[in-house]
Design a protein around this ligand. Structure first.
Ligand code: ZN
Length: 241
């Protein structure tokens, strides 16, 4: 069965800023969705903030195995009831990939329970992204490191709980380091945070970055989705005297 992916983007920078539209004429969501759609294993749709229900209706979420999230300037416009719904979906098994500035999205902060604050600097310095766990499925086929000529610096401390697995660490030319690829288990769901992807740079045209995202989609695919999470009060399996 194919992995049903929904690529969500707030899709504001691309509409407002010519320099971003020049890098992503089809939107950030379009660039990532096009790459994933070329894989016969994936069935991809896109959703954006300004669609009704932010494009995340129950019907769409019922048909989503993995949700990818890119947001930045409009986190506060994401409606709380939709965030509530996504949170429940993740706990019930839906996979979630949170990209770059999505570290401050409501859904990511809710899942982490911390501020998710970090250091940042936007001067287009070089990033060297190191593979920390070469044997992890998300690092499959990736060399020892990837160099991105220009990225926004994200630096420690990143206020997140200790990840269940740290797959990538970023080093920036200015000297900072960052936990750039973090895996978390939340309920039945798997969550991956991935740092590269500032909107003014062609990061999501980089084939290695795209491959990492595809690997992460495969990793986050649910093994089992449960309809609800509830306590139960079962009778004993053995006869108790
Ligand atoms: Zn950025």
């Amino acid at each position: 069965m194919k992995i049903r992916v929904t690529m969500w983007n707030e899709y504001r920078h691309e509409k407002k800023e010519e320099n971003v539209a020049a890098v992503y004429p089809e939107g950030i969501h379009g660039a990532i969705a096009d790459y994933l759609a070329a894989d016969s294993e994936c069935e991809v749709r896109t959703a954006t903030l300004d669609e009704p229900e932010h494009g995340l209706t129950d019907e769409i979420l019922d048909n989503t195995d993995v949700l990818i999230w890119w947001g930045h300037i409009a986190h506060s416009e994401v409606r709380d009831e939709i965030v509530e719904k996504l949170h429940k979906r993740v706990l019930c098994g839906m996979g979630l990939l949170v990209l770059h500035s999505g570290h401050h999205s409501k859904i990511f902060k809710r899942l982490m329970g911390t501020t998710c604050n970090l250091k940042w600097r936007e001067i287009g310095e070089k990033e060297r992204l190191w593979v920390i766990e070469p044997n992890h499925p998300i690092a499959e086929g990736i060399e020892e490191y990837v160099e991105l000529e220009h990225e926004e610096m994200y630096g420690e401390r990143f206020d997140i709980p200790a990840p269940d697995a740290l797959v990538f660490a970023g080093w920036f030319q200015g000297g900072e380091v960052f936990r750039s690829g973090c895996c978390f288990n939340r309920g039945y769901g798997k969550v991956f945070y991935f740092q590269p992807g500032h909107e003014t740079y062609p990061t999501y045209h980089n084939q290695v970055i795209l491959k990492i995202i595809k690997n992460a989609v495969r990793w986050a695919k649910p093994v089992k989705i449960v309809p609800i999470l509830a306590c139960s009060n079962p009778k004993s399996l053995e006869k108790l005297t």
